[in-house]
Design a protein around this ligand. Structure first.
Ligand code: KG4
Ligand code: ZN
Length: 336
């Protein structure tokens, strides 16, 4: 049977997303974000799965409509198997299984973090990385340096021992009174601030691993000390604080990334995950071209969680007939 269209579903955290692909081309990519978590300063798993439940049908309907196809033209269904929140993953996987059963077409299970990396292979007119390359995957749940040997042959060579880098942004933001998720706002305010105004320590972690919990604590103590002396300290220094915090986070990220490039001798570096939307990180990466690096950044719409990246991973698995059966289970802590 000839391949025509693939439908992909992503529901690992707090975004419900559906995409339709034709080979490596994205025909539609529809995402419903969940506002309900903002008031809690973080994702509430129980509320996330409920919102997925009510969002999934309209999101799938819209994606099919936008692509201008009918369900009967689909060749396969891809979905996120893990890692992620169990209740969230279950909504996407149950829906994907039902649809594959109803249409009698193959089901494909996708690894969310591999998908963040494979987003670079979506046909977007940009040059694509060549194997092997290094990927820095940075999100609210992950911080990893990955050696990518092939589409589904990946090796994690460094990862965080505690918090993810997105949490370092979000928790620092919370300490400064910013709304969740604070990453985008810190990015925006940092552009107007002085990155050298305040100095925060770079945590130590072995080899290519990361640690962010000590950084968060040092921000906490610093802010406590300063606001005791001046209650308006945060308000009066918000831009400089954001710039200094972001600068330190970028230092932490790039010290290990530099090391990974030296150790592996691989100078092709791609970034992915929600935090790779950060303008400071993008600037720093672009500057590395002067050092002979070849750098890759996915289009903005494919950096944060989306189903198009699940679709491209599913497409490569489809080509290898790497299908899964209906008894497969979601896997919150899936390894690469
Ligand atoms: O990949 P993603 O959408 O969801 C997860 O899988 O976690 O990443 C969300 C994370 C949040 O921590 C958010 O604050 C961060 O990405 N983020 C940013 C920026 N845009 C999103 N962090 C720093 N700068 C940004 N511009
Ligand atoms: Zn993600």
């Amino acid at each position: 049977q000839q391949f025509s269209y693939l439908l992909a579903i992503e529901s690992s955290c707090d975004d419900t997303s559906c995409a339709i692909l034709k080979n490596d081309q994205v025909l539609s990519n529809v995402t419903a974000s969940q506002k309900v978590h903002e008031q809690y300063g973080g994702v509430v798993p129980e509320l996330a799965s409920r919102a997925h439940q009510s969002n999934i049908i309209p999101v799938v309907d819209q994606a099919i409509k936008k692509a201008g196809i009918s369900k009967s033209q689909l060749s396969a269904i891809a979905y996120t198997q893990g890692p992620g929140l169990m209740g969230s993953l279950l909504v996407g996987s149950s829906f994907a299984k039902s649809l594959s059963l109803a249409l009698d077409i193959p089901l494909i299970a996708v690894h969310h973090m591999q998908a963040h990396i494979l987003a670079h292979f979506i046909d977007s007119g940009q040059e694509k990385p060549q194997f092997p390359f290094l990927a820095l995957t940075i999100s609210g749940g992950h911080t990893q340096i990955v050696k990518v040997n092939d589409y589904h042959d990946m090796q994690v060579i460094g990862s965080t021992m505690d918090d993810a880098v997105g949490e370092a942004f979000d928790k620092s933001g919370k300490l400064m009174g910013l709304d969740y998720p604070a990453g985008p706002m810190i990015d925006k305010l940092a552009r107007k601030g002085n990155a050298k105004a305040f100095k925060f320590p770079i945590p130590t972690a072995p080899d290519l691993d990361y640690s962010f919990s000590g950084f968060k604590t040092s921000v906490l103590y610093f802010l406590q000390k300063q606001t005791q002396k001046d209650p308006d300290f945060i308000k009066n220094n918000l831009e400089d604080l954001c710039a200094s915090i972001q600068y330190t986070i970028i230092e932490i990220l790039f010290q290990k990334l530099d090391k990974a490039v030296k150790q592996t001798g691989i100078k092709q570096v791609a970034i992915g995950g929600g935090v790779s939307a950060n303008s400071g990180i993008r600037e720093r990466l672009l500057a590395k071209r002067e050092k002979g690096w070849k750098v890759f950044m996915p289009p903005f719409e494919y950096t944060t969680d989306n189903a198009a990246m699940i679709g491209i991973s599913g497409y490569f698995k489809y080509l290898q007939k790497d299908f899964t059966d209906l008894s497969s289970t979601s896997s919150p802590r899936m390894s690469m």
